[in-house]
Write a protein that binds this ligand. Sequence first.
Ligand SMILES: [Zn+2]
Length: 710
Amino acid sequence: MTVFRSLCLPSVLLLVFTVNAQQPAAPAAPADNPFFTKSPLPYEAPPFDQIRLEHYAPAFAEGMRLQLAEIAAITALPGTPTFADTIEAIERSGALLSRVSAVFFAMTQAHTNDALQAIQRDVAPKLAAHRDAIMLDPALFRRVASLFERRDQLSLDAEQHAVLDRYHRDFVRAGAQLDAPTQQKLRELNQELSKLTTEFQRLLLAANKEGAVVVDDVVQLAGLSDAEREAAAAAAKERKLEGKWLLSLRNTTQQPQLASLQDRALRERLLAAAVARGVGGANATTPLLPRIAELRAERAKLLGFATHADYVLDDQMAKTPDRAKKLLTDLVPAATARARAEAAKMQAIVDKLQQPFPLGPHDWQFYAEQVRKAEFDLDSEQLKPYFALDRVLQDGVFFMAKELYGLEFRPRTDLPLHHPDAQVFEVFEAGKPLALFYVDFFQRDSKAGGAWMNSFVQPSLLLGKRPVVCNTCNFQKPVAGQPALLSLDDVSTLFHEFGHALHGLLSEVRYPRLSGTSVPRDFVELPSQFHEHWATEPAMLQRYARHWQTGEVIPAALIEKIRAMRTFDQGYATTEYLASALLDLAWHTLPAGSVPQDVEAFEKQTLEAAGVALATVPPRYRSTYFRHVWGGGYAAGYYAYMWAEVLDQDAFAFVLLNGGMTKQNGQRFREMILSRGGIGDAAAMYRAYRGADPVIEPLLKARGLLGPGK
Ligand SMILES: [Zn+2]
């Protein structure tokens, strides 16, 4: 089962130079600001116990000042530029800025507050200006261009070639070749964009929080499990709403509680609250969206592209918006036909009720559950007792990492954490310490929606830095004394984000600019989605899916049902995804000067034109709360999940044909994909790994989109 994750990577890597390098300690450094010196902790882990709010702004200011001084030292060098004195020197610059950025932007996603948001509002445009100061520095670009022109005479190895090429493209794409007045215009556009996208994130977090549904009478919660009811009571209590219940919103349109809430009016209220986020009121995002789209289109035009999507896709596997769009639109007929067939089955159940009604989007998940029970004799709630979080983590994802890559994870209790819910593990291979892996699993108001992976330390052989990686999720926090019990969807999320983590943990790349997950967006979801597949392999389920109270292994009959229903409800899942992905492309293929102001009208018209405007299947994200594209780094990039799924379905089918979960299969994936970061061209890397270009049939099969029937 493939589901589309929310925001898999944070939007924080807006700096090209996310590099840490050995740095002479700044003499002016306040003694107590932990960012000013290299962390003394193992792996240079962030000293969270030392970091205070007032440390961020001075660290950003000094970090930017130091990096500009480092760049000035590079451009002042006499003589012909060399790879070492220019590219490697750039890679070594900005150590302090990298340290503070990695922690700060992780916290603005995972554990923010008003004060942190205020700093973010102040610092985001400054960072945009800082980036422009470097990328539009004519002397620096002359050095990079000089190296690029002489690249074949420099005796560079493949990795050095790749990083030089990457830098040259980074500079050109940032506008380094444009004249000074155009560059000035670019700077202004980047300033305004950084403010608006930061503002979008702030408004959305507030809208999410405000959108939570308060329930006065527990009777309305009929259908929820005891644990869910208790969690809702605890959430209400946290907001000083004693004696009430609070249903917090996940970032997607559909909300998990809709599958079990029996009270139709409450279901309607919950979905309406989700859909209304960002529309009107104090937290409206609608005024921002056309402006952001327009600014992006104008920037693309200055850079020589027809639209923002053309600009973005030029640097991705897909290369053009048309190729991305074709993949999506080709799937529309089969996906919507299947969604309509799914709806018809549910309507048939509803029609037998005493008071039938036309199925609404808020009814979908509830009646999908009824169909699931009828067809597979399986209630999703039946599975949860077998998916205790700690067991899924230890015997599921960590076991997978052991079998495929020989990795072991041992808890470290001596390292400071950014939140009491977080944990950290040290990663070993054959007894050799490799990396640190943090996890932060539970939902809270200070955390953005979705799930993602981020790096606290970007790995680099050049700089002697090992990976320090974190996975953040939004699982429901259990009440005291009980384990967190996951849904099957949550389990997939865990494997997915862990796949991103492995991409960081197993990086063996010299240059930080290309290490870990520094690959095209439409390739970065390959490692994550590839590892998702293992979650529902029977041998894996037998290993990690044990009843939390009795220890009983999940019965074979349940495993069969999980396998049998993998294509269940995929018409819905595929259609809601396609709607959002097409919406994203529609906003970003508008040329400058043609962006409409009426967000809802544009959305409606786009979905209708694309044939995905099904009344019962709203987009997975409506424009107003589509964080990936307005507040994150997935603008014109949400298609990437499906693009990468062509690869991961193809790769997984290949692995199953060749022995499944073996060391050999792990080794191949690790050596040819996971360890290589962005050293190679993504399409070529995949072809080398697979021995052929990918084909789409495994994806169609996995989603039940091959021909009629299930
Ligand atoms: Zn992902």
